[in-house]
Design a protein. Structure first.
Length: 178
């Protein structure tokens, strides 16, 4: 039985470079069943305790968390907005965190990030690693791809040999934990 991988870019951009990176990463695994999510399919009201008390937790948050529960591994590629998570991603995460149990459900994770700039969204990636390592005791591998436009091609993937080597090391850690 093949392992199930859930992959998504933590952005609501229709042309998200992070969704492209997450999709590429998932395509590098063999013998797995991949589900690629689009955050636009999970748009919800902005989280607030008053809203939760008045209306409960949206079904979309429950559906997203159920998808995590049905996966054997998670690949997330983070877009960075003002040195942090995108509002679209953070809102989904905030709603899911109100549901019983750990959001990531002890699944192995491959955390990625990319940006057009030279830092490759490292600030948000470091924040994600720090937060998720506290709540998930399983393997968490990570990789940042700087200068997406220079180091990634749709038909090839990561084009820089050194970066590709580092990516493959992290992918192997994730794959081993599945």
């Amino acid at each position: 039985m093949s392992k199930k991988i859930l992959a998504f870019g933590a952005s609501n951009s229709r042309n998200s470079i992070n969704k492209k990176l997450a999709t590429f990463a998932a395509s590098q695994l063999s013998g797995v069943e991949v589900t690629i999510l689009d955050l636009n399919d999970f748009e919800m009201p902005i989280y607030g305790i008053d809203r939760e008390q008045e209306h409960g937790i949206p079904d979309l948050a429950k559906q997203f968390k159920a998808l995590i529960g049905g996966a054997d591994g998670i690949i997330v590629s983070f877009a960075e907005h003002n040195s942090s998570f995108t509002a679209a991603y953070k809102n989904i995460y905030d709603w899911m965190s109100r549901l019983e149990g750990n959001v990531w459900q002890e699944k192995p994770m491959l955390l990625l990030a990319t940006s057009p700039g030279g830092r490759g969204a490292q600030t948000v990636l470091q924040a994600a690693e720090s937060a998720y390592r506290r709540g998930n005791k399983n393997t968490i591998a990570s990789f940042s791809l700087p200068a997406f436009g220079q180091n990634f091609a749709e038909e090839q993937g990561i084009t820089d040999g050194g970066l590709l080597g580092r990516f493959k090391e992290q992918l192997a850690l994730f794959e081993k934990a599945l």
